[in-house]
Design a protein around this ligand. Structure first.
Ligand SMILES: [Cu+2]
Length: 128
């Protein structure tokens, strides 16, 4: 009887664990889905998200942004005009903040350690 109970508990754990694993396989976290959880930028191979994508946000609407360093070397993320500077992120470190601006316009983001390869644009536009 006790053995049966233990077996049922173990089997339940296996089933729940399997379903959880399958669910993760079917719905993997998408790092390049810029709208999923704010903006996610992964610093890897001295690039942001492989392509240094142009980021778009609305004026007067704060947007969450997370920088993740997946390289072995340090990176940072800077937008001078918005006083945004993550400081040095070491390997496997990340930094989350918000971008907000009262001014629309096109701004440059870059890594101060690799400014020639890690550089892109942020466009802040009025709501349509
Ligand atoms: Cu860098």
């Amino acid at each position: 009887m006790l053995n049966n109970l233990i077996a049922i508990v173990v089997i339940s754990f296996i089933i729940v664990g399997s379903l959880w694993g399958i669910g993760n396989l079917l719905n993997p976290i998408k790092e390049n889905d810029l709208d999923a959880e704010g903006i996610i930028l992964v610093a890897e191979n001295n690039l942001f998200n492989n392509t240094n994508p142009t980021l778009h946000i609305e004026r007067n609407k704060p947007e969450k942004i997370t920088i993740i360093n997946k390289d072995f070397v340090r990176h940072d993320f800077i937008i001078n005009e918005l006083n945004l500077n993550t400081g040095y992120l070491y390997s496997a470190q990340d930094f989350t903040t918000a971008i907000a601006s009262k001014e629309s316009g096109t701004f440059e983001y870059y890594c101060s350690l690799h400014p020639s390869t890690m550089r892109g644009k942020l466009i802040i536009s009025d709501k349509n």
